[in-house]
Design a protein around this ligand. Structure first.
Ligand code: SF4
Length: 509
C-alpha cells in the first residue's frame, strides 16, 4: 500500500460521507465485483477509492486518490489473491482525517470500511491512538474505531466485534472483514444505510441498493439498526447489539433528500418517488404563475418532475423543461481530480452549470433544488438572469438547513446560509430570486412516509424522531449527545461555531 496524496474535491453542495461495499463469494472475482460496487457509489465520495481482498489467511489491499474508475484504471490494479473469498470496498469523502485515512484500513487481521462519524471519537482517540502508516498518522474516526475493535476481547470474532462496537457512539454503517469472514453492521440508531444482497455463489453488502445491478446482485433486505450480519461459507447470520439504553431510530432523512441515488431503496423507501412527492407538495403549498419548472441538476430533477406532474402545475400550464445542464464529462460534475479547493466552491458553482438560453429567455421560471446549503445558487440565478430569465422562483425540497451535522455529512452550522441569514425574505434577496419556498419539517416527513399526518401529530421538531428519522440539521434537535464530537473547521480555517448540545434530545439554541 502506498499513501494517497494530492487532491481534495469539495464542491458547492453538501458532500456525501463515504460508500461501503462488501463481497463474500469464494471462487469469484471478488475484487472486480467490489470495484463495480464502488463505481456505482462514487456519488458518495470522490476523494479516494480502495479495495481489500482476502483469501482466508491474509489481505491484499490497493487504494488511491480520486474516483474509483480512475484509481483502478491508471494508478492501481484491483488486488487479487489465489483462493480469494471476500472483498471490502470504499469510496471516501472525508469529513475528518487526512488522505492517509483512505479506506479500507487494515490492522491486525481486521479490515474496515466505514460510513458516518463517531461522536465520542475525541475520548476514544486518547485511549486508542491509531499507529502511523508510512510515516503518516491516520486521523479519521474510522482509524480510531478500528483500534477500539481490534483491542476488544471476546470468545469469538462476533463477540469481539460486539464488545468493540458497544464503545462507539454516533453514526456508523460498516463493512468489516477478517481474512475469512465478512461483517456488516449499523449503529443502533441506524443513521446511515446498509443493505444486504445476494449474488450467484455469495452475498454482498452496500451503502445503497443502486450498487447491486452492476455487481450482479439482488437486494435481499436492509441491515437493521443495531444489527451485525456475519457472512461466511455457511451464509449470513444475524446478531443484535445489546445497547446499554434503548436507541430510538434516527435514520438520516438527508439521505432521502440528497445523498442517496434516486434509483436506491434507502431505509426501505424508494428514493425517486419520495423526491417526486416533495415536488408535488411544493407546487401545492405555494402556487405561482410561471411558464416552466426546471431543476438544479441532478438531485433536484425528481422533485421538479413531481412539481410539473402536480395538479397545480397542470392547471397553470407549467411544464418541465431542461434549462440547466451539467457536462457529464467535466471533472466538476464527476469529481474527477479537479483539485477544487474549498475556497473555489463558488467558482465551481458557476462553471458547473450551463444555461439553455432559448428555454429561459423572457420566461417566468420555477427552479427546484434539493436543498440550499451555502447559497451558491445565487451564481446560478445570476446566470439565468444574464440569459434573459424574466423571473425566478426558487422551490427547495427540504426545510432550511440550520445546524451542523455530527453524523458524517460535511457541513457545519457557521457555513449554512439559513444560519447566516435567518430571515427568508433576506435570503431570497441574497440568492437573487423573486420568491423562496421550502418544505416544512412536517411536510418533509409526510413525503418520506408517503402519508399525511393527522392534525394532532407532531407539529414541532419531534416529528422527525416520532417517525424514526434524524432531522437535526433542520431542527437543531440531535438524537444523541454530540458534546464529544470533534468540532470541524471552516474551509478558511476559522471555527465553524458548532452548537453545544446537552439535553435529552440534544437541542441547540
Ligand atoms: Fe442527516 Fe442532518 Fe441528521 Fe446529519 S444532522 S444525520 S445530515 S439528518
Amino acid at each position: 500500500m502506498r499513501p494517497v496524496a494530492g487532491c481534495t474535491s469539495r464542491q458547492s453542495g453538501p458532500r456525501e460521507e463515504c460508500g461501503v461495499i462488501g463481497v463474500f463469494a469464494p471462487g469469484k472475482p471478488v475484487g472486480r465485483i467490489a470495484l463495480a460496487g464502488i463505481i456505482e457509489l462514487n456519488h458518495r465520495g470522490q476523494e479516494s477509492a480502495g479495495i481489500a481482498v482476502a483469501d482466508g489467511r491474509r489481505f491484499a489491499l490497493a487504494k488511491g486518490a480520486g474516483i474509483a474508475e480512475v484509481v483502478f484504471t491508471f494508478d492501481q490494479r484491483v488486488p487479487e489473491l489465489e483462493g480469494q473469498c471476500l472483498a471490502v470496498g470504499h469510496n471516501r469523502y472525508s469529513t475528518s482525517g487526512a488522505l492517509c485515512d483512505a479506506q479500507p484500513l487494515e490492522y491486525n487481521g481486521l479490515a474496515i470500511a466505514h460510513n458516518g462519524n463517531l461522536t465520542n471519537v475525541a475520548l476514544l482517540r486518547e485511549e486508542y491512538p491509531p499507529p502511523s502508516v508510512d510515516g503518516q498518522r491516520p486521523e479519521s474516526d474510522s482509524a480510531v474505531a478500528l483500534q477500539v475493535i481490534t483491542h476488544s476481547d471476546g470468545a469469538s470474532t462476533v463477540e469481539r466485534l460486539m464488545n468493540g462496537l458497544r464503545r462507539l457512539q454516533g453514526a456508523y454503517a460498516m463493512v468489516l472483514a477478517t481474512p475469512g469472514a465478512l461483517y456488516g453492521v449499523r449503529d443502533p440508531h441506524g443513521f446511515r444505510p446498509l443493505v444486504l444482497g445476494a449474488i450467484d455463489g455469495g452475498w454482498v453488502l452496500a451503502s445503497e441498493s443502486a450498487a447491486f445491478p452492476r455487481m450482479g446482485a439482488e437486494m435481499v433486505r436492509e441491515v437493521e439498526p443495531g444489527e451485525l450480519v456475519a457472512i461466511d461459507s455457511t451464509g449470513p447470520t444475524s446478531h443484535q447489539q445489546a445497547p446499554l439504553s434503548p436507541a430510538p431510530r434516527a435514520q438520516c432523512i438527508f439521505e432521502l433528500v440528497y445523498l442517496s441515488r434516486p434509483d436506491s431503496v434507502t431505509f426501505g423507501r424508494a428514493v425517486e418517488p419520495f423526491r417526486r412527492r416533495t415536488g408535488e407538495v411544493l407546487a401545492r403549498k405555494a402556487p405561482v404563475d410561471a411558464d416552466l419548472v426546471m431543476a438544479v441538476p441532478r438531485s433536484g430533477i425528481a422533485s421538479a418532475i413531481g412539481y410539473a406532474a402536480s395538479e397545480t402545475a397542470r392547471l397553470r400550464g407549467i411544464t418541465y423543461e431542461e434549462g440547466l445542464l451539467t457536462n457529464a464529462y467535466s471533472g466538476l460534475t464527476r469529481g474527477f481530480r479537479t483539485f477544487i479547493q474549498p475556497r473555489d466552491r463558488d467558482v465551481a458553482a458557476v462553471l458547473k452549470y450551463s444555461v439553455v438560453e432559448p428555454v429561459v429567455r423572457d420566461k417566468r421560471i420555477i427552479v427546484v433544488d434539493d436543498s440550499v446549503v451555502r447559497g451558491s445558487f445565487r451564481h446560478v440565478a445570476a446566470k439565468l438572469r444574464a440569459q434573459g430569465a424574466h423571473s425566478i422562483h426558487l422551490r427547495v425540497a427540504c426545510p432550511p438547513l440550520q445546524s451542523g451535522c455530527f453524523y458524517g455529512v460535511d457541513f457545519g452550522a457557521g457555513e449554512l446560509l439559513a444560519h447566516q441569514i435567518p430571515e427568508i425574505a433576506a435570503r431570497a434577496r441574497h440568492l437573487g430570486v423573486d420568491s423562496l419556498v421550502h418544505l416544512t419539517w412536517r411536510e418533509l416527513v409526510e413525503a418520506a412516509i408517503d402519508a399525511p399526518l393527522p392534525d394532532w401529530d407532531h407539529h414541532d421538531a419531534s416529528v422527525f424522531e416520532a417517525h424514526g428519522f434524524c432531522g437535526a440539521c433542520f431542527c437543531k434537535r440531535y438524537p444523541t449527545d454530540v458534546s464529544g464530537a470533534i468540532p470541524r473547521e471552516k474551509p478558511d480555517g476559522s471555527a465553524r461555531g458548532e452548537p453545544t448540545a446537552r439535553t435529552m434530545y440534544w437541542e441547540v439554541p
